[in-house]
Design a protein around this ligand. Structure first.
Ligand SMILES: C[S@@+](CC[C@H](N)C(=O)[O-])C[C@H]1O[C@@H](n2cnc3c(N)ncnc32)[C@H](O)[C@@H]1O
Length: 211
């Protein structure tokens, strides 16, 4: 019996329904993005711990899924220094369109990303981030790709999942980092009769659903 956890992003993407051939094309493309990201790290004074950033396999998953689905609207929560934001934006740039809406509560978030016309970074009031997120999302309309990587407490995760879910476009991709930190993603999927796929990266588990 195969493991319920993919340990490589390529297997994870295949389990989510993409072909190995389509994924393979993106591997070389992503190497160049990683080189750009490495240069960006060298020229940036980080404001937050390096370990906050998405891990290697999750990084390729975000890149490849954005290239494969060509989303018009990506929403991510949790920016830190902007590793995932950088990767999303590199993919959207290659796609030639689409916007990334990122949310954080730390005014120092996003240092790895320079000004970018496909990026909207919202720094929410840390005393009521949920309110700010909900108000912004109400104005955004349907979301094509959602990625949670912010408050990993049970209620923090569940609140975002529950609020974003009805705003997802059919055919969209719904993903969360750190699904091993609380039971929220599992409870959420069970409640919505969804069967997620899991990627076991070096430290954390990412879950995803294609809608
Ligand atoms: C794990 S880090 C994000 C890492 C980022 N995705 C990356 O790849 O570099 C978590 C971030 O979530 C932010 N955060 C915590 N609670 C939040 C909330 N309720 N809303 C938005 N951001 C939040 C923290 O300030 C922190 O920058």
């Amino acid at each position: 019996m195969s493991s319920p956890f993919a340990t490589s992003s390529q297997v994870f993407l295949e389990r989510l329904g993409w072909s190995a051939a389509d994924i393979a094309i993106l591997v070389d493309e992503y190497k160049e993005i990683q080189e750009r990201l490495t240069r960006q790290y060298k020229s940036t004074t980080l404001a937050l711990p390096l370990r906050f950033g998405v891990e290697r396999e999750t990084g390729f998953f975000l890149y490849a899924a954005t290239r494969l689905t060509k989303p018009q609207k990506v929403v991510e929560t949790g920016v830190a220094d902007g590793r995932s934001s950088f990767i999303f934006l590199a993919a959207l740039e290659r796609n030639g369109g689409g916007l990334l809406h990122s949310f954080d509560i730390n005014s120092k978030a996003g240092g790895l990303v320079r000004a970018h016309d496909q990026w909207h970074l919202k720094i929410s009031d840390p005393t009521a981030p949920e309110l700010s997120f909900i108000q912004s999302l109400l104005k955004l309309g349907k979301v094509d790709f959602f990625f949670h990587d912010s408050d990993h407490r049970y209620l923090g995760q569940l609140l975002e999942y529950d609020f974003v879910w009805p705003r997802m476009r059919a055919g969209g991709l719904f993903a969360s980092d750190d699904v091993d930190v609380s039971k929220a993603f599992l409870d959420f999927c069970r409640r919505h009769a969804q069967r997620p796929e899991f990627l076991f990266d070096s430290r954390k588990i990412t879950g995803a659903l294609r809608i």
